[in-house]
Design a protein around this ligand. Structure first.
Ligand SMILES: C[S@@+](CC[C@H](N)C(=O)[O-])C[C@H]1O[C@@H](n2cnc3c(N)ncnc32)[C@H](O)[C@@H]1O
Ligand SMILES: [Zn+2]
Length: 280
């Protein structure tokens, strides 16, 4: 398969000096000479400071999330996000998608499959995530980069920024989006997984998170908003996968999954907010 990094090279910017980059043999190189190896798995690591990587998902967390994504709620969620993207990108059929904190690139991939000429850059601080992401599609480039630093993407280049359960940097979102382009934001509602979090005394969800987000998106107009909710009967291993897929994974990923296998199944609420914001 050809490397998707070549497909998006025109929108990548050097993390050191900010100029444009090109794929050359097994490297991504900027015109002033900074170069970054493309790993044999197909991703490129553009972190300039690799000594302090906090909150990067572990291999166990990525694996658990891949199992979780196979469940009906997440398959439906990916379909809904893709439907929205098809609708908003009608005027730009060759849509360019940037997915910060994209993990394995599950949502970018679902979306790319629906929009024939679309291409995506999915970036994450986790090398484990990038390894998996790089294997998914010829049109989703996998990059290791930090949401809190300047993104390795040029100004005014994205038709869609897709932020699903990931850290949110709205300044960078605004910089990389074209005027009139959209941010698709997915965040958990307060009752998302509440039964599991209560049962295992896990980290909760910040109160009024969505009101706070709306207040910080000053230069955007909210053009679409919906709550996607359902209940699923989960067995012990599905509860384990749900728990370690999110921030709780950093605390309990070392727990033995076998401990969860004998737990009685329970009905669990899945509830997320999907909002679409147009840059004005
Ligand atoms: C809850 S996961 C969501 C992943 C993906 N969007 C999904 O829903 O499948 C949050 C992701 O953010 C990534 N992350 C955390 N801090 C980050 C940072 N500073 N820069 C980039 N990614 C980060 C984690 O590695 C993880 O993959
Ligand atoms: Zn450079």
């Amino acid at each position: 398969m050809s490397n998707p990094l070549a497909l998006v090279e025109d929108i990548l910017r050097c993390p050191v000096c900010g100029v444009s980059m090109r794929v050359s043999n097994a490297e991504l190189k900027c015109v002033t000479g900074h170069s970054f190896d493309i790993a044999r798995q197909g991703y490129v690591n553009l972190l300039t400071n690799k000594t302090f990587i906090k909150n990067a998902d572990t291999a166990a967390m990525i694996n658990a999330r891949q199992h979780m994504h196979a469940r009906p709620f997440f398959q439906d969620l990916a379909r809904q996000i893709s439907d929205i993207c098809v609708e908003v990108s009608q005027s730009s059929p060759a849509a360019t998608v940037v997915e910060p904190g994209g993990g394995s690139g599950f949502y970018a991939n679902a979306l790319i499959r629906r929009v024939d000429a679309a291409r995506a850059v999915s970036f994450d601080i986790s090398v484990h995530a990038a390894k998996v992401c790089a294997q998914q599609s010829e049109r989703v480039a996998a990059v290791v980069a930090d949401v809190w630093q300047k993104w390795p993407v040029t100004d005014d280049s994205a038709d869609v920024v897709l932020s699903v359960f990931s850290p949110r940097n709205f300044m960078e979102t605004e910089r990389v989006l074209k005027t009139g382009a959209v941010l698709i934001l997915v965040t958990p509602e307060e009752d998302h997984f509440v039964e599991i979090r209560t049962k295992f005394n896990a980290i909760g969800i910040q109160n009024h998170k969505n009101e706070k987000i709306a207040a910080s998106l000053e230069n955007f107009t909210n053009i679409h908003q919906l709550v996607h909710k359902s209940t699923e009967l989960l067995d012990g291993s599905e509860m384990f996968n749900s728990l370690i897929s999110g921030p709780n994974g950093h605390h309990i990923a070392s727990a033995d999954p076998q401990m969860f296998t004998n737990i009685e199944p329970i009905h669990v609420t899945h509830c997320v907010n999907i909002s679409v914001w147009k840059l004005v």
